[in-house]
Design a binder for this molecule. Sequence first.
Ligand SMILES: [Fe+2]
Length: 292
Amino acid sequence: MFKLIQCAENTYYLECYCNTGVYDLGNGEVILIDSCDHKKSVKDLDKALEERGWRVRTIINTHCHVDHIMGNKFFKEKYGCKIYSSRVQSALTEEPAVELNFYFNGIFPRFNNEAFFEMIKAPCEIFSDDVLPEGFETMLLQGHCIDHLAVKTPDDVWFVGDCVLAEETFNSYKIPFFGNINKSIETAELLPSLLKGKLFVPSHSRPCEDIAPLAKINAGRLSSLKDYFYNICENKSLEEILAFADGDLELHLNEDKFAKIGYTVRAIMQALIEDGKIAARLEESRLVYKKL
Ligand SMILES: [Fe+2]
């Protein structure tokens, strides 16, 4: 069972795959930051709320990825709470088919399955500062996805979502999901000066009092991935690049990983194009990358 951990006077998080923030408003209501990753963690969080007599007033989603919004519909139906995210992410949270089709179209029928979407989708409104009580702070952080939202509670605890990932995630996935590589590196480099707080809770890493070491790891690992793909991409198509990396980095690709890692590798190629280091050329009906 996933436990609700108190990490400051009124700030808690459910220690699950997607650390889900809970802020006690003191009147029997709580604000959630994200809404868990799985039906099991949603159930455990709701049990912890019931034990304390808490009702969900508001959910703030850091972004639309399914491992952050799994409880949206459940909590909306149970408590009638409002759900918010940034302008772009609120649209994608409300219609998860859009986001998932970016990665899985042509690969997985189950991600074009209306029943799956119906299980998770709930109305999501555009966040504005007046949604949260005084003392909260938010910041848009680019890179992992467009307009990813970080939230600070009045206890000075930042919930930073997926703007940085755990070193273990880089070690196990080798190429974890990032939608815009150059913006992710810039965000990681600026993070220690952008966010001031007593505690930082990443969604998929242990909470820490200093975000700088994790941010440095993220910037370094993403820069290394750019260097790696620059070195192997000459005259190769995306599928040839992925096939080479699969053997070389022991990615153990399957259809699911092909979709997710392929998305990040395209983002890495885009970053190299932005840097002026490579170009994409169509040759004999193949899109291949060329060093400049
Ligand atoms: Fe994510």
